[in-house]
Design a protein around this ligand. Structure first.
Ligand code: 0RA
Length: 634
C-alpha cells in the first residue's frame, strides 16, 4: 500500500532529522550553553505567541518546576490532532517530530520565525530527555509523549474537558547530556524577554512562574507598544502626552510604530522584527528615520516654522525621541554577526510610507502637539549649530599646534600616546601629591577643581563653556561628539583617581557620565580606567600592608592577629607622594578598573536615573542601594 511505504519513508526521515539535531544542536539553537537552554523555553513559548498573534489565544503561562520541568500552557485553538493527509499520522505528531513542520500548519498571516528562533517545537523535542504535549479541543484531552524526540506511541484521547475549553500544554525536561551546564534557568532573563514580548503583543497575558524560588510575574499591556513607550519615558517630562501610534498592514509586512518625545536630548529607538529585538537596526529602522525627518521638515515648512532654505537634520528630529518600531514579516532575513539587523529591502519602503502618511496626518490633527515638537526640533538644530561653533573654537584654541596645553596639566615627557597615561585627579592637594609621586616620563597629571558640570542636564554648547571640561578636552586632544577623532587621543590610559568618599564617588560618576555621553568611543576602546586607592593601612610590628576593601581587611586582620593597628585612608591627600605612587600609581602593584560599556542600554538607564532631571527615581535608587555606599565616607 502506497500510504504504508510513505509512512516508512517519512518515519526514517524523522529519525534522521532528530539525529541531526542531536548531533549538531548548535546549528539549530545557537549553542548548548545556558543561552541555548533558554532558547528551548523561548521556542515553545513563541509557538503559543504565534497563536496569540493570530488572535486565537490571550493567555500563556510558563512555569519552571522544582524538578526543572518546564510547562507552557496556552488557551489557543489547540494543535490539531487529526490525521495529516500525507504522513498517515496525526498533525500533532508531525509538528512535534518533523523539522520545520510547524509553519506548514500556520493558518496564514505572519508567522514569527526568525534568527535562532522559529526552528520549531521538534527541535526542542529532540533535545529533551522527555516531552509531553496535551491538547484540549472538541471536549477531549489528547496526549502524546516523546523520549529524545521519539514518540512513545500514537496520540491518545486521555480524558474529557468542557466543550468550550481549548488550548495546548507542553512539558519538557531539557536533556542534560546535551545541556551539560544543567537546568540553570534564570528567572530575570526569562522575565525580561516575557516583558518585551508582552509589550509587543498587545492584550496578551504572559505569566512566568518559578517554583524553585517561589516567584511569579504576569505581564499584560493593554496598550502594547504605546505602553512600552510610556514605560521608557516614565521618569521623563514628556512633550506629547499621548504617544503617536500607527498599525498598518502593507503588502510587504505588518508595520506598528509608537513614539513620544521627552524633554531630554537623548534618543531611544528600539526596533523589532517578528518580536525579535533587532539591536543593530536594519531596513525598518532606516525607513522609519527617513519618514520622520521628511515628515517633520514638510510640516515645519508648510506651517511657516522653517524658511525655505532651512532644514532639520535627522539628529535634530530625533533629539528626545522615544520610539518603538515593530514589523511582522513572512520571511525575515537577519544579517550581521549577531543576526540582529533586518535585511529585507522591501520593508524600508513599507515603513517609510506608513509613517509618512500617518505621522503627517497626526501633526495636522494635533497642531498644539505639532508646534511643541517642531519647536523642540528647531531648538535642537540651533543648539547643534552653536555646539559646532563652540567645538571649533575649543579645537582651534586648544590644538596641539598652538602649544596651549592647559597650565594645570603636568604633562609627561613620553610623546607616544600608547605609552602615556593621564591621571585625572580631584582637587589641588591630591593633584600636588600625584605630581610629586608620579613617574613623569609617562604619567601626566590633570587636577580638576570642584565639581564638573552635571552633564546630563547640559547641552554640548553649555558644557563647552565649562572651564574644567575645556581643560580636560584640550588635554585629551580628541575633540568631542560628532567630530570626535579617537586617533588623536594623547593618552591611551585615562585614569580617574578620586577620593574614597561620597564627594569622590560623585565626581567619578560625573566624569563617567561625561565620557559616556560624549566620548563613548574612548570607553569602547578601553581607554578609560578608575584608580583603586587603598582604604586602609594595617600595621603589625614591622609588617605593613595596604588593604583595598573591607573583605580584604577582615582577611588580613585574621592573618596578622590582634595587635594590628588599622589606619583608614579617607582621601588621596592623606597619603604622601611616595605612598600614592606605591599603592595607586605604580604599574607594578596598582590595580586599575577598566570601564566598559557592556550593556549600553543598562548604563544609559542608570546614568539617566542617577543624573537626570527626575528626582524621585534617583532618591529611590539611593535608598535601595544605601547599604552598598555606607562605607564610602566613614
Ligand atoms: C496549527 C494549526 C492550528 C493551531 C496550531 C497549529 C497551534 C499550534 C500551537 C503551538 C502552541 N500552541 C499552539 N496552538 C495552536 C489551528 C487548527 C485549527 O484550525 O483548529
Amino acid at each position: 500500500m502506497a500510504s504504508s511505504s510513505n509512512y516508512d519513508a517519512s518515519s526514517i526521515q524523522v529519525l534522521e532529522g532528530l539525529e541531526a539535531v542531536r548531533r549538531r544542536p548548535g546549528m539549530y539553537i545557537g549553542s548548548t550553553d545556558n543561552r541555548g537552554l533558554h532558547h528551548l523555553v523561548r521556542e515553545i513559548v513563541d509557538n503559543s505567541v504565534d497563536e496569540a498573534l493570530g488572535g486565537h489565544c490571550d493567555t500563556i503561562v510558563c512555569s519552571i518546576g522544582k524538578d526543572n520541568v518546564v510547562t507552557v500552557t496556552d488557551n489557543g485553538r489547540g494543535i490539531p490532532v487529526d490525521k495529516h493527509p500525507k504522513m498517515n499520522t496525526s498533525a500533532l505528531e508531525v509538528i512535534m517530530t518533523v523539522l520545520h513542520a510547524g509553519g506548514k500548519f500556520g493558518g496564514g498571516g505572519y508567522k514569527v520565525s526568525g534568527g535562532l528562533h522559529g526552528v520549531g517545537a521538534s527541535v526542542v523535542n529532540a533535545l529533551s530527555e522527555w516531552l509531553q504535549v496535551e491538547v484540549r479541543r472538541d471536549g477531549k484531552v489528547y496526549r502524546q509523549t516523546y523520549k529524545r524526540g521519539v514518540p512513545d506511541g500514537p496520540v491518545k484521547a486521555v480524558g474529557k474537558c468542557d466543550k468550550s475549553e481549548h488550548g495546548t500544554t507542553t512539558k519538557f525536561l531539557a536533556d542534560t547530556t546535551i545541556f551539560t551546564g544543567g537546568h540553570d534557568y534564570n528567572f530575570d532573563t526569562l522575565a525580561d524577554w516575557f516583558r518585551e514580548t508582552a509589550y509587543l503583543t498587545r492584550g496578551l497575558k504572559l505569566t512566568l512562574i518559578d517554583e524553585r524560588i517561589d516567584r511569579e510575574l504576569t505581564f499584560w499591556f493593554e496598550g502594547g507598544i504605546v505602553s512600552f513607550v510610556r514605560h521608557l519615558n516614565r521618569h521623563k517630562t514628556v512633550v506629547n502626552d499621548r504617544p503617536f501610534y500607527v498599525e498598518r498592514e502593507t503588502p510587504a509586512c505588518m508595520v506598528e510604530v509608537a513614539l513620544q518625545y521627552n524633554d531630554s536630548y537623548v534618543e531611544t529607538t528600539y526596533t523589532f522584527a517578528n518580536n525579535i529585538n533587532t539591536g543593530d537596526g536594519g531596513t525598518h529602522l532606516s525607513g522609519f528615520k527617513s519618514a520622520l525627518t521628511r515628515t517633520m521638515n514638510d510640516y515645519a515648512k508648510k506651517n511657516g516654522f522653517l524658511k525655505a532654505d532651512e532644514t532639520l537634520s535627522g539628529e535634530d528630529v530625533r533629539e528626545g525621541l522615544t520610539a518603538i518600531v515593530s514589523v511582522k514579516i513572512g520571511e525575515p532575513q537577519f544579517e550581521g554577526q549577531t543576526k540582529a539587523k533586518l535585511g529585507n529591502a522591501e520593508v524600508a519602503g513599507a515603513v517609510q510610507t506608513v509613517v509618512n502618511d500617518s505621522l503627517g496626518a497626526y501633526l495636522e490633527e494635533n497642531p498644539q502637539v505639532a508646534r511643541k515638537v517642531i519647536e523642540k526640533c528647531i531648538n535642537a538644530s540651533r543648539a547643534r549649530e552653536a555646539a559646532r561653533k563652540a567645538r571649533e573654537l575649543v579645537q582651534r584654541k586648544g590644538g596641539l599646534e598652538s602649544f596651549s596645553l592647559p597650565g594645570k596639566l603636568a604633562d609627561c615627557s613620553e610623546k607616544d600616546p600608547a605609552r602615556s597615561e593621564l591621571y585625572i585627579v580631584e582637587g589641588d592637594s591630591a593633584g600636588g601629591s600625584a605630581k610629586q609621586g608620579r613617574d613623569r616620563r609617562f604619567q601626566a597629571i590633570l587636577p580638576l577643581r570642584g565639581k564638573i558640570l552635571n552633564v546630563e542636564k547640559a547641552r554640548i554648547d553649555k558644557m563647552l563653556q565649562n572651564n574644567e571640561i575645556r581643560t580636560l578636552l584640550t588635554a585629551l586632544g580628541t575633540g568631542i561628539g560628532e567630530s570626535l577623532d579617537a586617533s588623536k587621543l594623547r593618552y591611551h590610559r585615562i585614569i580617574i583617581m578620586t577620593d574614597a568618599d561620597v564627594d569622590g564617588s560623585h565626581i567619578r560618576t560625573l566624569l563617567l557620565t561625561f565620557f559616556f555621553r560624549n566620548l563613548a568611543e574612548l570607553i569602547e576602546n578601553g581607554n578609560v580606567y578608575i584608580a583603586q586607592p587603598p582604604l586602609y593601612k594595617v600595621k603589625a610590628g614591622k609588617d605593613e600592608r595596604w588593604v583595598y576593601s573591607d573583605a580584604e581587611l577582615r582577611k588580613v586582620l585574621s592573618e596578622v592577629g590582634e595587635k594590628a593597628e588599622v589606619q583608614r585612608y579617607k582621601g588621596l591627600g592623606e597619603m604622601n607622594p611616595e605612598q600614592l605612587w606605591t599603592t595607586t600609581m605604580n604599574p607594578e602593584n596598582r590595580t586599575l578598573l577598566q570601564i566598559s560599556i557592556d550593556n549600553a542600554r543598562e548604563a544609559d538607564e542608570t546614568f539617566d536615573m542617577l543624573m537626570g532631571a527626575a528626582v524621585p527615581p534617583r532618591k529611590r535608587f539611593i535608598q535601595t542601594h544605601a547599604q552598598d555606599v555606607v562605607n564610602l565616607d566613614v
